[in-house]
Design a binder for this molecule. Structure first.
Ligand code: ZN
Ligand code: ZN
Ligand code: FE
Length: 764
């Protein structure tokens, strides 16, 4: 006796080869029925016995396509009796606008790599892809995800591809970017006045250029990259000059994991992340320096593995071991993505320029992750992640959240799904701000989205807030303002689906406080609507405002002045490096009543300590001092000392600075002092958090904010909190830096709206 089952599979199941997989599985098991995409995910009608159904579902769970992620399988017995003769795939109707899922871009799969070296019509074909791999988000112009709505629409399928596309049993059934040597996109290289179209010749030229220390511009999935041999110091120097990026570390691509493991530690969890389909840059601990030119002064190296056929080809044919892959852009501008503009600029600024004729619709940078306690933490969420939605527990429909400023990411709400944009960049660069506005347009139109309410940071001067205000006024849409650190905290609540009150520690560089000061190390008791500030890192003055965020030595002076009333304890090397004149001027400023800017920023505390230790006097890129301070401590992992204070559950910053100064005078190693600083800070924070949870009769703690990109501090603090019996939540899939702010903003505004607790500003 067979039953008619209706099975709904939810999660990332569209555009990842799910329907052909189900089709094959059903045929394998001799089952009848049908499969199609619908708004909820994949919908299957199955005619089978209960036992067959169980086997079917068990195998779906076990054998599902690599890229897919199942969040739920719902089974119900239908009333009606069906009479399927076979198992078929029902194509999604093109007017099914409701299908909102767009898969992220996926690295080339093993089977396609095999086809690349064997399959007749795809032999050496660099744009080979299938339902399990290939470009997705970067080429989608509209939904549903179907070829006419992608940038592949200009390529007409050849009869062979068309046959594969229509064949349900084929791995390329409905693979929208399907292509082969007869019909798909191709590379073109420009060298001097020559135009080269032959792929093998192009690869040979690229290898020759890289091996002779040249810079190659190459169009990829989400934009153009510049490539140089990472082990060639002169080539890297040339690249730094081109990018005007003189000290910020680069990431490298490696073709050979066993070679790589001579230089970096790779844990099993890290290897899993490195090799998975998302192909993010993974920050790894370096044990032997691969190349000082790449990441001078740091002990971490950003590494990714090849994700396009041409990358594999480059490594295989050249014998090169590590290639820098960095975005090709004019200084302060987003990565170039369109051929015309790129050719114009990159031909002049590269030794070899290679483009392809598949247009990129959505620009996507490389993603960056780091493992904290063996769990991946997304630091930059772009290729391989965007636009995978994050599910909120209640509707966020119609909400558009503008994010912050330095690490701009916006988010829009469709039903209960939060769709975060890809990482965009620092809005204070004009071209990035323009790209941000354009991306809001693009993603809105991609998802047929029109906002019914807006949310932005409470900072009145963020460009994102100004834009939100302007749109709210022009279109008469309600606008909600959300405090920065509250948004950080609630982003974690969304990730873990938490409700009710929690204690949150939001630690970052800066966020606009309710008292108009620069907040940045805040302990809050919060829920999805509101928050109360329980305590914060004691205020110190921010001498010179924005300058103090860049020039770390200013913060060293500010801390000493506020704690000890003078600058007498400033270490001599710092005074020498900065110059006595500047120090005297700053001392006058610190004493003056005009010096009124205050901050509780954790970022500035790290700056101050890094400057005292002579690690960094001036940030040449964001968080340089903090990163270097963290990384140097790794050399002193065995040191277990902390700077002990007499009070428990309180801030005792003076103890920290007294300890550091005394250790400096005792000529203690910098690594050891940095380690003690980290341990002391973690211990003070843990005891403050323990007190705050106890006083508020809570046990859940959220750790968030950009400072938690610091793995050492994160792991020390998490361990201490767990030892105290507290439950700790920290972001993994949503960035802990300002790239996660939009998620918190959207969840807070929607919680207020859904519960009629409307605290919005109406600009009418
Ligand atoms: Zn494939
Ligand atoms: Zn073809
Ligand atoms: Fe922040």
């Amino acid at each position: 006796m067979t039953t008619h089952y209706e099975i709904t599979i939810k999660g990332l199941v569209q555009g990842v080869g799910f329907r052909p997989f189900i089709y094959k599985l059903a045929h394998d098991l001799n089952l009848r029925g049908t499969v199609k995409n619908n708004t909820a995910g994949v919908f299957i009608e199955l005619q089978s016995t209960p036992l067959e159904k169980d086997v079917f579902i068990e195998r779906v769970r076990r054998e599902k396509p690599k890229v897919s992620r199942i969040t739920a399988i719902e089974v119900r017995e239908a009333e009606r009796v069906s009479n399927f003769n076979q198992f078929t795939i029902t194509a999604s109707l093109s007017n099914l606008n409701e299908i909102t899922r767009v898969s992220p871009d996926i690295a080339i799969c093993d089977q396609c790599l095999e086809d690349y070296s064997q399959q007749h019509h795809r032999f050496n074909y660099p744009f080979v892809n299938c339902t399990h791999c290939g470009p997705r988000f970067s080429i989608v112009e509209a939904i549903p995800y179907d070829r006419p709505y992608t940038t592949m629409k200009t390529f007409e399928m050849c009869p062979i591809c068309a046959g594969e596309y229509k064949e349900p049993a084929d791995r390329r059934f409905h693979a929208q970017p399907i292509a082969c040597n007869h019909c798909g996109p191709t590379y073109t290289a420009f060298l001097n006045d020559k135009v080269i179209n032959d792929y093998s010749t192009i690869v040979a030229l690229m290898i020759e250029t890289l091996k002779t220390g040249g810079v190659v511009a190459l169009k990829g999935i989400g934009g153009f990259n510049w490539l140089v041999d990472a082990t060639n110091v002169c080539a890297v120097a040339k690249l730094r000059e081109l990018k005007r990026r003189y000290s910020k570390p680069f990431a490298v691509m490696c073709g050979d994991v066993s070679w790589l493991s001579k230089y970096v530690d790779i844990t099993p969890a890290e290897l899993e992340q490195l090799t998975m389909w998302r192909r993010a840059i993974v920050l790894l601990h370096e044990k032997i320096k691969m190349s000082t030119a790449v990441n001078d002064g740091l002990h971490t190296l950003g590494v990714m593995l090849p994700y396009m056929a041409v990358h594999y080809e480059l490594f295989e044919k050249s014998g090169l071991k590590a290639i820098i892959f960095t975005s090709a852009n004019k200084s302060g501008e987003p990565m170039l993505k369109d051929n015309d503009e790129a050719r114009d600029y990159l031909l002049k600024h590269s030794d070899l320029y290679v483009e392809h004729n598949r247009s990129i619709y959505n620009r996507v940078d490389d993603s960056v992750i780091r493992l904290i306690n063996d769990k991946p933490q997304v630091m930059r969420r772009a290729r391989g992640y965007a636009p995978e939605p994050i599910v909120n527990r209640e509707t966020v429909d119609g909400g558009l959240a503008f994010g912050a400023e330095m690490t701009a990411v916006f988010a829009l709400g469709i039903r209960d799904q939060i769709i975060m944009s890809q990482y965009i960049g620092d809005l204070s660069d004009y071209a990035v701000y323009e790209a941000y506005k354009e991306t809001i347009q693009r993603i809105s139109s991609l998802f047929n989205f029109t906002p019914s309410y807006l949310v932005c940071d409470a900072h009145p001067l963020y460009l994102s807030s100004k834009l939100a205000r302007q749109i709210a006024q022009e279109h008469n849409i309600p606008l909600y303002l959300v405090q920065h650190h509250h948004a950080h905290a609630v982003s974690v609540m969304v990730e873990y689906d938490l409700v009710g009150d929690c204690v949150a520690l939001s630690m970052d560089g800066v966020g606009y406080g309710d008292d108009e000061e620069s907040w940045g190390c805040e302990v809050l008791v919060c829920n999805r609507f509101d928050y109360r500030r329980l305590t914060h890192l004691p205020y110190v003055s921010l001498p010179g405002g924005d300058k103090a965020a860049k020039e770390c030595w200013r913060m060293a002076a500010s801390y000493l002045y506020s704690l000890f009333g003078s600058l007498d304890l400033l270490p001599t090397p710092l005074i020498k490096a900065v110059g006595q004149n500047k120090i005297t001027q700053l001392e006058r400023l610190l004493a003056s009543p005009l010096n009124t800017h205050l901050t509780s920023s954790a970022g500035r505390l790290f700056d101050a300590v890094a400057a005292l230790l002579g690690i960094c006097y001036e940030n040449s890129y964001q968080a340089e001092a903090a990163m270097k301070l963290e990384q140097i401590a790794i050399d002193a992992k065995a040191d277990k000392e902390i700077y002990r204070s007499r009070t428990e559950g309180e801030w005792n910053i003076a103890t920290i600075f007294r300890g550091i100064i005394s250790d400096i005078n005792l000529k203690e190693e910098v690594a050891v002092i940095s380690m003690r600083f980290h341990r002391t800070l973690a211990s003070q924070l843990a005891s403050i958090l323990a007190r705050c949870t106890k006083e508020n009769q809570l046990s859940r703690i959220l750790l968030t904010g950009g400072v938690f990109q610091n793995r050492l501090l994160s792991e020390l603090l998490i361990t201490e909190l767990k030892q105290k019996g507290l439950t700790v939540y920290y972001p993994t899939n949503i960035p802990c830096n300002d790239g996660g702010i939009a998620v918190g903003q959207l969840a807070i505004a929607s919680a207020r709206i859904n519960n009629k607790n409307e605290l919005c500003t109406n600009y009418q």
